[in-house]
Design a protein around this ligand. Structure first.
Ligand SMILES: [Zn+2]
Length: 300
């Protein structure tokens, strides 16, 4: 029984590792309308213009519009293939992408923006986005009217609050900013295992954010509930974050055994917490310095 499960798992794993790239090659001869190069295929090797872009027939225009959101009938940079692979073989897909098959997949930055847009639209439509319940700065300002030192803190609080609100409203940029911390943690833990540079890890992490965004959309459609992000900017429950991280990193970093893989995922999370703690300490230091200067100025 156990042996059978193991065999089945191995079989699935082999199928996941195998990327299915049906590259369609064209043998038609073309002369580029832009740079006059004669070539074989449908894209000019000198300037990158497509052979069909000389005449704007309704078909060509429709194709260009569909292509900008990832629906290319030739199968390159397909958004549907990218989303399917992000669920079916995430780590292997990212490995393929970093390993040179970049034409097969939709660009991660564009995909993240589109997915965040879709999530936000759905969330507004269902009215499930949380209300801003933070204390109004003007109330605080009124209650602190008689205290000069506290009054001087108001601009600082207003700025901090504005930054937090901006991060909440600009989910895509907020995710990208938080990725600097997450990527550094991943790079630190896995740099001996995989030869991915910091930048390559960043690309991988962008795809992982896309994957979590897809899961968040599915979850939103199923539960109609908004899930608060934890220390990681993913809008799904924490148990799901950990499970998906193990799944992704197991494939991405070519892990062989489950326990060491699990330990490394925990290590990544510990590093993230440590870095956030350092950033918070830095922030408190800046506030303390600001306060000291304000008090010193008041006494003078
Ligand atoms: Zn050309």
């Amino acid at each position: 029984m156990f042996q059978k499960v193991k065999e089945k798992a191995h079989e699935i794993s082999l199928r996941q590792q195998h990327g299915n790239f049906n590259v369609q090659k064209s043998s038609e001869h073309n002369t580029c309308a832009h740079c006059q190069t004669t070539y074989e295929g449908y894209i000019c090797p000198q300037c990158g213009q497509r052979s069909d872009s000389a005449h704007f027939t309704p078909n060509v225009v429709l194709h260009k519009m569909m292509d900008s959101v990832g629906f290319d009938e030739r199968g390159n940079r397909s958004i549907l293939r990218t989303m399917r692979d992000l669920l079916w073989r995430p780590g292997y897909m990212i490995r393929d992408y970093l390993g040179g098959h970049s034409a097969a997949y939709f660009q991660p930055f564009k995909l993240l923006l589109l997915l965040v847009l879709a999530y936000t639209l759905l969330a507004y439509l269902f009215g499930v986005l949380p209300e801003d319940t933070g204390e109004d700065v003007s109330n605080l300002s009124a209650s602190w009217k008689n205290d000069d030192t506290k009054q001087k803190l108001i601009p600082l609080i207003t700025t901090t609050k504005a930054i937090i609100i901006w991060l909440g409203n600009n989910m895509a940029y907020s995710i990208i900013l938080q990725n600097f911390v997450i990527v550094t943690a991943m790079w630190k833990v896995y740099r001996k295992r995989a030869l991915y540079s910091w930048t390559e890890t960043f690309i991988a992490q962008m795809y992982i954010c896309c994957q979590f965004m897809i899961l968040a959309i599915v979850l939103l459609l199923v539960t109609w509930k908004y899930h608060e992000p934890g220390i990681l900017p993913y809008l799904v429950p924490s148990w799901m974050v950990i499970a998906v991280m193990i799944y992704d990193f197991y494939q991405l970093y070519d892990e062989q055994r489950i326990w060491p893989a699990l330990w490394r995922v925990i290590k990544v999370n510990l590093w993230i917490i440590l870095m956030y703690a350092l950033l918070l300490a830095l922030f408190i230091l800046v506030v303390a310095l600001y306060m000291t200067i304000v008090i010193a100025a008041n006494e003078a």
